[in-house]
Design a protein around this ligand. Structure first.
Ligand code: FES
Length: 130
């Protein structure tokens, strides 16, 4: 988004991370008919609940899953971002959530088909991107 992204993510004086991974899922809800839509209107609350329940079943105590307000990528929603990597995903189904859970939160890889890149728009997502 800006040159800030070029700075190193860590600093020698940083304390150890409290969580191995911290996941923020947008659960913002706007009124029906809002031009930007909202993640909650596309089902993000139920998918957040599903992810939290599955992570608990798997005993992922070092992974924190939080609801977030608007992440400002509404047209691409539902969206989530995983820190410390700052990796974004678009998810729509419980299968998508399972893929992110297994591939990223458990194995440390990426759920490639669901990744959101900084340049993604609704059009690039629909077209399978460039
Ligand atoms: S409403 Fe979810 S990113 Fe804005």
């Amino acid at each position: 988004m800006n040159s800030e992204k070029e700075r190193p993510l860590s600093h020698p004086e940083d304390p150890p991370a409290y969580y191995r991974l911290h996941v923020f899922l947008c659960t913002n809800r706007r009124p029906d008919g809002h031009p930007r839509g909202s993640c909650a209107a596309k089902g993000s609350e139920a998918l957040r609940d599903y992810l939290k329940a599955r992570a608990k079943e798997l005993g992922l105590a070092d992974v924190r899953i939080n609801s977030a307000g608007c992440l400002d990528r509404c047209e691409l929603g539902p969206t989530m971002v995983v820190y410390p990597e700052g990796v974004w995903y678009q998810f729509q189904t419980t299968q998508d959530v399972d893929d992110i859970l297994e591939m990223h939160l458990v194995r440390g890889g990426r759920a490639t088909r669901l990744l959101l890149r900084p340049t993604d728009t609704p059009e690039t997502r629909r077209s399978g991107r460039v």
